[in-house]
Design a protein around this ligand. Sequence first.
Ligand code: PHE
Length: 340
Amino acid sequence: MKSIDEIRKEIESYKIENAEAMEQFRLQFLSKKSELQSMFSQIKDIAPEERKSFGQMVNELKDKAQQRLEEYRGKLEAAACAHSGIADVTRPSRNIAMGSMHPISIMMNQVRRIFEDIGYTAVTGPDIEDDWHVFTALNFAEEHPARDMQDTFFVELHPDILLRTHTSSLQVRTMENQQPPIRVICPGRVFRNEAITSRAHCIFHQVEGLYVAENVSFADMKQTLLYFAQRMFGPDVRIRLRPSYFPFTEPSAEMDISCYICGGEGCNLCKHTGWVEILGCGMVDPNVLENCGIDPNKYSGFAFGLGIERMTMLKYTTNDIRLYFENDVRFLQQFKAATK
Ligand code: PHE
């Protein structure tokens, strides 16, 4: 009996130049009566501890032979077409590997679409901002810890210039340039000087929203956010608002959704509480309206901000935020089905 090595060499060096040789090749290596086939039938006579590796080797040979056959079939077909001068229009097209959208983009677009459907317009703006748009206009006290070097990346030698820590800066920019009614969402990249771990990163994405008009109430905000949560996570989702604090909103709240994995029963994702936090929100502080040239006696509004990485991690149950920044195709290609 020929050794595996011998057969491998034969497969590799077999000259196939025409259809006849191709058929000979197929008979010799891939038909029912081929040497490879008889090797498969000998597997049962082989010592049990060697069976697995023997089987693997024979399978590899079979794959190799198959590959060569396909390769030559392609070549012969191409040659036939070239010869006749006519392309074979019945031939299946080549498989084009399609990319997929990044999960963060998928999620940003989904959030955007939901708000655009109810009349919000997306606005974008600079990643590199000044102190006024990120902090001062938003009612951050001079000594507020968020301004601290620990949280904010400042541009060296320019304490006034920094990387935005939230996209609320775009809300300021919008209010400065436009009178109510205002309905905007602000998607974008934000930066915070934090240690990188599985749960936190120094870069992430937010979508923040702002609605300012006459007689806007907390109830309007709650209804809007409920609508959002149900479109995002399904019609059975419930929300709850917990009191919180942000310098630019009063009152402020954090919003939880009922855990959409366990439906509120308690599971690992919601740490057995039945709820997961998804955003911060509140009624725009009158000082902020005033800072931006809007009359707080005439107008009121609400704002909210959500972290896209966090939501994406919840929606796709990924447990490490760093995966979103590594661009490992093995991770990214899992989002093909969600790419639209
Ligand atoms: N800007 C806040 C943050 O980055 C989120 C927020 C936006 C909270 C609007 C309330 C209102 O955490």
